[in-house]
Design a protein. Structure first.
Length: 148
């Protein structure tokens, strides 16, 4: 995650970073690491501004990486739709992939907080098999607890 700021606005970014540095120093932090949510078309300005303020860019990697736990791209999907509306909001190719997975026996189920244990374990197994980092169950519990 990153600061909630317009990363193309260098002055606002600098002011926020100054405050973050004060807090980090008071908390005896040795570094400030961010993973800003920046739209692709604003990425160049954001990258230049962050570098000018002393941040180091770790580069871009394709697909899933053993080096990073955060995905390179984020898709935001409204979850206030029914299943059909949600599926129809996907691009045609992705709808086809979902339908194929369902045809092959993949199931989707709603669960409660207890189901997070199974989900976290499946993520761990998949991450080990496919070579990407995964999160601890507490990460998923925090998200679950934050959602209405």
């Amino acid at each position: 995650m990153g600061f909630v700021v317009d990363y193309s606005n260098k002055e606002a970014l600098n002011a926020l970073l100054d405050s973050a540095k004060e807090i980090a120093k008071a908390e005896k932090a040795y570094a400030i690491k961010i993973d800003p949510d920046v739209e692709v078309d604003k990425g160049t300005d954001a990258l230049q501004n962050l570098k000018a303020l002393g941040f180091k860019h770790k580069g871009f990697k394709e697909g899933l990486s053993k080096d990073y736990i955060q995905p390179r791209m984020t898709m935001i999907t409204p979850i206030d739709k029914n299943d059909d509306e949600l599926l129809n909001s996907f691009e045609r190719r992705n709808r086809s992939k979902v339908r194929l997975a369902l045809k092959r026996g993949t199931t989707v189920e709603r669960s409660d907080r207890e189901g997070l244990k199974t989900f976290a374990e499946l993520m761990k197994i998949t991450g080990e098999r496919d070579g990407f980092l995964t999160r601890d169950i507490s990460y998923f519990e925090n998200i679950y607890d934050a959602l209405p």
